[in-house]
Structure formats: C-alpha cells, structure tokens
Design a protein around this ligand. Structure first.
Ligand code: DGJ
Length: 538
C-alpha cells in the first residue's frame, strides 16, 4: 500500500483530472478555445489544460489585460469543466517566444543567455534578476485576478508555471553574471542536501567528479557543471515566482519537463533544454522548489519500457506523479495502475477530429483510452495505492494476460479470436458470426480492479476476461475444471452489469448481461460500455 498525496481537490474532495491539452494558440480567444472544450466534453473528460500568455496578459509593462482569461473561465463553466492554466512566460519549450515585445526588445534590461561564442541565444537569462522580477510581477497579477474572479468557483484547479523551461542552444549561460556564478563555490545548501541524500544522480555525478568538500561548479561536477548550475538557477527562478504566486492565491502549482529520456543523442541544450527538470537534475529541482507541488514529465515515450522508465523516474515519494502531456496511448493505464499517476492529458486535443468534426480513425484508440479512464476515475481515486488495480496493455505477439488476484486467477485474451462463440452481443459481434482473419492490429488495454474478494470492475478495449477461483490441492482434477476449450470461466456468477459512477461515487447499472453474454464465454470489455462490474460468490 502506497500513501497517495492527492494534490487535486474539488469541493474539498479528491479529484482525478482527465482530459486534454489544447494546441498552443487556442488560448488567445474564446472562439479558438471552443473546439478544445467541445472535444474534451466528447471524451467525457473533466478538465482542459490551456495556455495563458504573458505577451497577451501584459502587452505594455504594468498594464494587464485578462479579457481572454475571463472568457476561458466563462466557457469552462458553461461546459461544466475544470481548467489547468499553463503560464507561457519566460520559457516555452526552451525558448522565450511568449515574453512580451517590451521584454524581447529591451536586451539591456532583460538579458538573454549568451552562448560560448558570445552570441545571444533566444532565451531569457535566469541569472538576470530583472527577468525574474518582471515574470513574477505578471504571474502575481494573474493569481490576484484569479482569486478575485474564481476564488469562489475554483474553476481553475492548478497552474503550470512556464512550459518546458531551460535553454535550447547552449548548455549554460556564458554571460558575465552567469560566468561569475559558475566560478563561485556551489551553494552550501546544495552540497549539504547532496550529502544528506547519500545517493541519486547528482550525488553520483559529484562522486565521479572527485567528491570534493567544496568548490566551484566545474570543480564539483566536472563537465556536467553547466547543466547542473543552470538547473539550480532556473529552479530557484521558478520557485521564486511560485512563492509569490502562492502568497497571492493558494492554488496547486507545478512545472513540466521536456525529457532527456528519448531515443537519439542526449545532450543538454541540444536534444533537450539545459536546466529543465530532467531526471538527471530532479534532485536539484526537489531541493530548490518547495513552493511547487510537483515536477511533471511530458511523457511522449511510445515504447512501454521507455514510458515506464519515465514514470519510475518521476513517481517518487517526494514528487506526486502527474503527466500534463502524453501521446494518449494505452501505456497510460500502466501509469495509473503501477505508478499512481494523479491525472493525465493528451496533448493537442483539437487534432482528434478532422475539420468536419469527424473522428480521425487513427485517433480512435486515444479517444477510447481517455473515455475508459474517465469512466474509471472514481475507482482510481478509491483504489490507487491499494494494490487492487492492475493494468494490461497488449504487446506485439502476446495473445493473453494472466494474473493471480485475491482468491482468483484471471486470464484475459486479447482480440476477437473466439469470434464464432464469443458471446459478445449484437452491438459488438463480428458480422456473420464467422471467424475473421485478424489482419489489423487493434490493441487491447485497460484496467482490472478487484475491489473486494468477489467484486471486480473492468474498463478497456478488445479483451475478454476469464475468472476462476485459485486452485487448491483439493480442486485440482475436480469436475470444476472440466470444460471445453472455450469454457474457462469457472467462477459462480451473481451478476454482470455495464454501468457508470454517479456524482457520489455509486455504481449505476446501465445494462445487464446474462446468458450467452456472460460466464463461460468470458467477460468482454469495450470502451463504449463504460465500466463492467462482475460479482461472484463462493
Ligand atoms: C511539448 C510542449 O510542452 C507543448 O507545448 C507542445 O509544443 C508539444 N511539445 C508538441 O509539440
């Protein structure tokens, strides 16, 4: 059992945010945002992530305009949806595209990062106090405005500060202020934290570099010093903004990460922004961002191994695990079942439909995954961390999934290979009742939740479950095990119901199954049935 820190709350109750993130330009006006709201609603999602832009909010220094934000609040309430705002400010994907014009053009006051060549990089320097103070002032104005307009409703449940911060174009800032910092001793607080930890990536880099008691950044950290100093500097910058923002309005604050876990070259400042909260420097971020609720990975990994590696790196005891951007594939079930993910969002929801409003066929799996998650949200809130939730995701060439549960063995078959006697009902049965060669790979995925010994909940797609009581010496060889090849469901069934959860978390039956559609032919699950509940008895 893992203690879960539920960061997201609505009306005093734990909340599981699920939905999508809009495309980058959809927050500029309500008309643009409309499509994103509509699609999250279609997904049965409860939350839209959408940007708020520093350049739009403060077009002239000190003059704030929150018209676009107010329109977003009104739309969200109309759609009965929550918002997570993304503060696109000093950094967006390792650059400074969303800083206002008066910041971009005043390079004397608002210093940019200098590359080793002495040339400007398209990044605000984290070593320039004026940059941080200007961003902070605007962020505090945003928080105060939200408190006034949304303090009672709490339509906005969290704010992401910056977006994938860090430097693209250099491993560090080589300007005079940054250079002076580089040549100063590493802060004593960092050295003490590292020693206290006694393990971890930063600790290991320090050990490899000679484990000196004190020294400048390069003396302490060798060739990784540039990235580590930048991570320290940017995490302090972001935390200072978070501290001021939280003081103005108490709300969940976090920052997201362009990851270093990827295929290809891995170089700070080149293949990912140097100074962002990548797993290598996550310890520094945790030591220096006490005002952020968590650091969140944008998990676009497609392969299950890579995906799980990211989950493992960020789901730490000191870091509640949330994925603000994903590719929306079935791996998300692993994140929720095995890593207690607190919520996840598909990036770019608008692309799920074509301009005529028709689902793009290649996006159906994403739509189904989000719908399944939305259907299971009350179960996730109740059972994450208890060991009762199990995810299955089909891998190439693997036809089944097996698991020992409390008192039961479960066998799940992927796909439709038992089509002729599948027992699926007329809505899902293969036309003609005849086996159809499996030419296209349609993935199976989902969750099994055993809430008590004889109660099971299922969500997912393209799967059929068989349950049987665990074998004991006296049941081996008994008649209970006799059956033909399709009769593996040896449990005594009380009821099999499709349904959903109401606002009080109670299961509401929408459709009952019996006869051909249950039992010996297995319990099939598809996304459009919401949740399947199976009750067994001894
Ligand atoms: C990650 C960023 O955080 C998003 O804003 C967007 O740019 C996506 N990448 C897609 O490219």
């Amino acid at each position: 059992m893992t203690a879960i820190k539920r960061v997201f709350m609505v009306d005093g109750k734990p909340f599981f945010p699920i939905g999508g993130q809009s495309c980058n330009s959809s927050g500029y006006n309500a008309l643009e945002a409309e499509q994103a709201f509509k699609i999250v609603k279609m997904l049965n999602g409860n939350t839209l992530e959408i940007p708020v832009y520093w350049e739009q909010v403060e077009p002239q220094e000190g003059k704030f305009d929150f018209t676009a934000l107010d329109a977003l609040l009104a739309s969200a309430r109309r759609y009965d949806m929550k918002l997570i705002l993304l503060w696109f400010a000093s950094w967006k994907n390792g650059n400074m595209d969303y800083a206002p014009k008066w910041v971009k053009t005043d390079t004397k006051r608002f210093k940019r990062v200098k590359a080793q060549s002495g040339k400007d990089v398209w990044d605000l320097s984290s070593h320039c106090k004026a940059n941080m103070e200007a961003d902070k002032k605007a962020f505090v104005a945003l928080c105060k405005h939200l408190k006034m307009k949304d303090g009672a409703n709490r339509t906005v449940i969290a704010i992401q500060i910056e977006n994938e911060q860090g430097i693209i174009g250099s491993d560090r800032d080589y300007g005079p202020e940054a250079q002076a910092e580089f040549d100063r001793p590493v802060p004593a607080k960092l050295v003490a934290a590292m020693k206290k930890a006694g393990k971890g990536r930063i600790y290991d880099i320090w050990q490899k570099s000679g484990a000196k008691k004190s020294g400048t950044w390069p003396e302490m950290f060798g060739f990784e010093a540039g990235e580590l100093m930048t991570a320290w500097s940017i995490s302090c910058y972001v935390d200072s903004i978070a501290e001021a923002g939280k003081a103005a309005y108490d709300i969940v604050l976090y920052t997201n990460v362009w990851l270093m876990e990827q295929h290809g070259w891995v170089r700070a400042g080149e293949s990912y922004p140097s100074g962002g909260g990548v797993s290598k420097v996550l310890d520094i971020y945790k030591w220096y961002t006490p005002h952020l609720d968590f650091i969140a990975p944008d998990n676009y990994q497609l392969d299950s191994k890579g995906f799980e590696e990211v989950c493992a790196n960020y789901a730490r005891e000191d870091n509640p695990f949330f994925m603000p951007e994903t590719i929306g594939d079935p791996n998300m079930f692993r994140a929720m079942a095995d890593f207690n993910c607190l919520g996840n969002f598909f990036f770019g929801v608008e692309i799920l439909l074509d301009p005529d409003g028709v689902v793009r066929p290649e996006r159906q799996t994403t739509i189904d995954c989000i719908r399944c998650t939305a259907a299971a949200a009350p179960l996730l809130l109740q059972y994450q961390g208890t060991g009762k939730i199990h995810a299955f995701v089909q891998e190439d060439n693997v036809p089944t999934w097996e698991k020992e549960l409390d008192g039961f063995s479960i066998l799940a078959e992927y796909g439709d290979k038992r089509a002729p006697w599948s027992g699926k009902d007329w809505r899902h049965r293969t036309p003609g009742w005849m086996p159809v060669p499996q030419t296209k790979f349609k993935p199976a995925y989902g969750l099994v939740i055993q809430s008590s010994k004889n109660e099971f909940y299922f969500v997912g797609a393209n799967i059929r479950f068989f349950l049987r009581p665990q074998l004991t010496p006296d049941t081996v060889g008994s008649s209970q095990l006799i059956g033909d090849s399709i009769s593996q469901n040896f449990s005594f069934i009380v009821s099999v119901d499709e349904g959903h959860f109401d606002n009080n978390g109670e299961f509401v039956i929408d459709r009952k199954r019996n006869g051909d559609e249950i039992g010996r032919r297995g319990f099939w699950v598809e996304p459009d049935i919401n949740v399947l509940r199976v009750i067994t008895c001894d």
